[in-house]
Design a binder for this molecule. Sequence first.
Ligand code: EPZ
Length: 427
Amino acid sequence: MDKFRICGGRALHGTVKISGAKNSALPAMAAALLTDEPVTLHNIPKVRDIITMGRLLAFMSATVSTPEFPAESYTIESKSLNDAVAPYELVKTMRASILTLGPAIARSGVAHVSLPGGCAIGARPVDLHLAALEKMGAQIATEHGYIQARVPNGGGLKGAHIVFEKITVTGTENILMAAALAEGVTILENAAREPEITDLIHLLRKMGADIQGDDTSILRIRGVSKLHGAVHGVIPDRIEAGTFLVAGAITGGEITVANCQPAHLGAVLTKLETTGVHVDTVNPCTLRVHAAKKLVASDVTTEEYPGFATDMQAQYMALATQAEGTSVITETIFENRFLHASEMIRMGANLSVDGRRAVVRGPAHLSGTTVQASDLRASAGLVLAALVAEGETVIDRVYHIDRGYEGIVEKLQDLGADIERLHFPTS
Ligand code: EPZ
């Protein structure tokens, strides 16, 4: 059970190289189930969720090979896919396992995927995924904690007109993958528009899929009878890039964020500018953040892309604790995504939470203490708060952050942070 020890107060300087996007790599790996040919993926982040997805695909009898482990490149080959099962033991550690449902039922007509269950940040049901697959002809029952999905009479899925009542990222990805092999045309309305969705469309197209509507909320997929192998490099992680931009801003330093895609960070860059933080676009894949003379408070509301990402909310809260004035943070995507707030209050932050709204008054003098990480992005917010806190902070349960940030300790050390990972043997 590792912990991080951080001594705050140092301005960060230097260059950080952003890794591939976890939320693009996961659906890309699941998409390999759609074909019996090899799919090779590059720029994969070395994070725990990728290892879990690799194990899950292997459990579904795919071969998952890498030059070394963990790796930046994977070749996944799902020669056969019979009676695919995604077991609870793996699904409970990573909700994104649900991304195997669409490809498995589209390819083999059968899938048994454990229901993901609750999550710290919200109930996170998958009802929209299931309703859409039923519209495509799947019979779905949930028994003993498992989604039992099958297409009757051994047939395939059929194209359908689907309107999501709520925008869902993995729901859009599941239906995109299922529709790629369905008979006829699927129209998907109110689809998510995250860059990770467009990246998946690019991969599926390389595999032979017929999809139109990139970057829009209406996707049109004409199913094909067979998909083939492909080679694809996933996009950089915009949330990791955003996290390091805030690290530069909050510590009063200057960081060059390399190997990112500035175009994917629109709302974050706009919000940082309003707080007085200046970010230069050095070139099409490099940003440089310069600390603000004075951080100024600014309200933010999380939204689906291209709005301000909910996965940047905790990091923004850390910044708001250091900004002059009152920032109101409204979380519209998840009903319980302020677990980091009480830990920041323990560090001395002046904030209050009322349902989906947090009111942050700054600047507050933060001081180091022991805090607990509750989920992936909350952990990132606590690391940022600890970087400006006086004295030593110990962050417990950092296994959360290892799920989605590659080598964050080493990357921060290279920027001059006083941070180390403390290893504690699990009893
Ligand atoms: C994806 O989760 C990301 N995960 C999340 O990132 C991210 O926070 C989220 O999208 C929103 O941007 C991956 O891509 C692997 P949703 P997802 O379905 O797809 C409700 C991180 O930190 N909903 O878009 O699970 C749901 O409860 C993670 O990297 C239903 O009601 O999120 C939520 O309130 C955390 N029924 C809203 O929609 C459904 O069937 C959006 O959820 C599906 C979703």
